[in-house]
Write a protein that binds this ligand. Structure first.
Ligand code: ADP
Ligand code: MG
Length: 681
């Protein structure tokens, strides 16, 4: 008897060969297979007559092959098969590229379905590379067909046939994880119907029903999981932190904290003194001063005899935090250490020993802090910077270290409300809604490439005044992308040799070794470089107050939130700062999008606009959002559905906190969170 964990190669009709192919897509189990949802669909239900074909439109025709196909070899590697097909209304010339076998399978006098984009004109109709199949055996036409995400060596047909076999194999065993009542109350279709129709929809309406049901299910399970995380935390008791005289810490700062910073700190300190593990998000736009909130919390924890860890998403950031915080913390008696991927084995060993012995109070690092097998003696606080780069799972994994440490999550990405509800449904939130005083808004302009000479002149002037500049490009090397991107290395060389031979130009990109990257960033921070050409590795968090210009080449290739992050790298000092977005794009939508940047500095507005335009997948980078099990639900658009699902989940938990009445639901929820690396049990 098959279950959803069955290896796909045991599914009837799939077999070893196809299983190998499917493995390329990480499809290994029956569940993987039926959960490989189509990316989009093509409606091939309608069949037209040849005379009804409209050039430019995609349609199917039933037509009879009028003469034997003609094969010609245009050159090596390019074969053409041409065939004329007719119906009672006219003739269609069909050309196939490199499908020579069709010569033998298309038989004169037989009727086939041709489905493709009509070309030509009303007198002479043509199709190139249509989908073709015999009238009597229609598989890829005559209905709405799924279009799956693929990889090299896997075809649509192999995939849809395998999915078909998979669905047939589990028709009777699909457990419905939605309790009947909830299904009825929210008018959701049954699980079998949903899986069938998400792959092979009978109609547009059926597809909508299927999608709604599956999206609801995802959001519902997800909410249950988040609620459980929260509840588990709330039932945990930890030793409350004692009050600490924070005066010494505040006195050591080179500036007075803003009211917003103080409020966030007070909220976090109150959490840590409450006897329950803190689980707080500190949200604040770029430059709002989140680091000091973190530092205050670290100080508080360490003065309570605990260890604190600060985790950054990149080496550059980790090092920068370390370099910024160590001079502040060490004089206050906090013993600091840095761990990155480029620490040597010996350094790591020494560090691990000192952590385990409790001789290090505060450790800064990348995700090596959780994956590095480190033992803490008394870990009391974990701060995660720039949260959206870490998954919910990683957050939980870190929280699982030691004995329920307090967690503080810092996010610079202003997140639209619906997303925040999902991403941070298990967190309390503090918002830093003011920038430190004296900041002047970054002057942003949007120009085309013809402005380069003027921009260079401007850079030279600012460097003359002692400032530094960033120039951001979108790729590492031109050859790699094979297009016109201003690639980092080439562009840096060009700037150095042709434009600014007398200035100091450096470059940094993500493919460099961490040590090299760090060296370049350190030199820039020490003002040994005037102009830093880079990819988006500097996007997150890097802080060089003397940098006053951010030039972005090919700005159309970046998302608005990304541009906002980039812009946040300047305007950190007392000088007027500038951001110049360069794009030659003629696309009106793109231009409108970029113009938004010149009009607002409000990260939330920008994020919402970004989400609206690009959808959440791109917002986080494809499949990067790290949310367990959200494949169908569109967290940008399904806000209403999310509210419904959350309502249903809360009502269920109210009635049945342990989910005793619906074991399948509980099991699936745990499974989803476990797959994502979370520990729900
Ligand atoms: P982000 O919220 O983006 O992480 P940072 O913590 O890096 O912001 O702070 C941005 C800059 O503002 C840093 O140079 C920091 O030293 C400075 N800063 C932080 N708080 C204040 C403050 N209250 N007054 C003046 N400058 C501040
Ligand atoms: Mg920061």
């Amino acid at each position: 008897m098959a279950d959803l964990k069955t290896d796909v190669r045991f599914i009837k009709g799939v077999g070893e060969q196809r299983a190998k192919v499917l493995a390329k897509l990480n499809i290994r189990t029956l569940r993987d297979l039926i959960s490989w949802f189509p990316r989009r669909y093509e409606d091939r239900t309608e069949t037209r007559r040849i005379a009804e074909l409209v050039p430019g439109e995609t349609a199917c025709v039933l037509a009879c092959v009028a003469a034997p196909p003609a094969v010609s070899r245009v050159r090596k590697g390019l074969d053409l098969v041409k065939v004329r097909a007719v119906d009672e209304t006219g003739a269609l010339d069909v050309t196939f590229f490199n499908q020579a076998w069709l010569k033998n399978s298309l038989r004169t006098g037989e009727t086939y379905v041709f489905c493709g984009r009509a070309e030509g004109n009303l007198l002479r109709r043509r199709m190139t590379n249509p989908v073709v199949e015999p009238e009597g055996r229609r598989e890829a036409t005559g209905r709405i067909v799924p279009v799956y995400p693929l990889t090299a060596g896997v075809s649509q047909l192999v995939l849809s046939r395998s999915v078909r076999q998979g669905l047939d194999a589990c028709a009777d065993i699909l457990p419905d994880v939605l309790p009947d009542e909830i299904r009825r109350d929210h008018q959701l279709c049954r699980i079998g119907y949903a899986y069938e129709n998400i792959h092979f929809p009978e109609s547009g309406e059926a597809l909508d029903l299927a999608r709604r049901r599956l999206a609801f299910e995802e959001l519902f399970l997800f909410t249950l999981g988040l609620r459980r995380l929260r509840r588990r935390r709330e039932t945990v008791e930890v030793e409350p932190f004692r009050p600490v005289d924070m005066g010494a810490f505040y006195a050591a700062l080179p500036f007075t904290l803003t009211e917003a910073q103080r409020r966030c700190i007070d909220e976090a300190l109150a959490d840590m003194a409450s006897g329950k593990p803190m689980n707080r998000l500190c949200q604040g736009d770029v430059g709002s001063g989140k680091t000091m909130v973190a530092a205050a919390c670290v100080y508080f924890a360490v003065k309570n005899g605990r260890q604190a860890a600060l985790m950054a998403p990149t080496e550059i950031l980790a090092r920068q935090h370390w370099e910024g915080l160590r001079p502040l913390m060490e004089p206050l008696g906090v013993r600091c250490a840095l761990l990155t991927g480029s620490s040597t084995a010996k350094e790591k060993k020494v560090l691990a020993a000192s952590l385990a012995a409790g001789e290090t109070d505060f450790i800064v690092g990348t995700h090596a802090l959780i994956t590095g097998g480190l033992e803490y003696r008394r870990l009391g606080l974990v701060v995660t910077d720039e949260q959206h780069r870490f998954g919910v799972g990683q957050r939980a994994a870190l929280a699982g270290k030691g004995d329920h440490p307090h967690t503080l999550v810092m996010s610079a990405t202003p997140i639209p409300r619906t997303l925040a509800l999902i991403l941070y449904g298990d967190l309390d939130v503090s918002v830093i809604d003011r920038l430190p005083p004296g900041r002047r808004p970054v002057q942003t302009s949007f120009v085309d490439g013809s402005y380069h000479p003027r921009i260079y002149k401007f850079l030279r002037k600012l460097v003359g005044e002692g400032r530094q500049a960033y120039v951001v490009c979108s790729a590492v090397s031109e050859s790699e992308e094979g297009d016109d991107r201003k690639a980092v290395t080439e562009y840096a060389a060009k700037l150095q040799q042709e434009v600014f031979p007398d200035l100091r130009v450096a470059y940094v990109h993500g493919k460099m070794r961490p040590k090299e990257k760090d060296a370049v960033m350190a030199a820039f921070a020490a003002r040994e470089t005037d102009i830093l050409v880079s990819t988006t590795v500097i996007e997150v968090g890097v802080d060089v107050p003397n940098a006053a210009v951010m030039v972005v080449e090919n700005a159309e290739r970046f998302g608005l939130s990304q541009l906002h992050q980039l812009r946040g790298r300047v305007g950190r000092g007392p000088w007027q700062s500038y951001c110049v977005l360069i794009s030659d794009s003629r696309n009106e939508e793109t231009r409108q999008r970029l113009k938004i940047m010149t009009k607002t500095a409000d990260g939330f507005k920008i994020a919402e606009e970004d989400l609206r335009i690009r959808g959440p997948g791109d917002f986080f980078g494809q499949r990067q959002h790290g949310l367990p099990g959200l494949r169908v639900a569109d967290i940008g658009c399904d806000a209403q559905l999310l509210r419904e699902a959350q309502g249903a989940a809360d009502a269920l938990l109210e009635r049945d906190p342990e989910l005793k009445s619906c074991p399948a639901t509980a099991e699936r929820m745990v499974e989803l969170f476990t797959e994502a690396g979370d520990t729900l049990n």
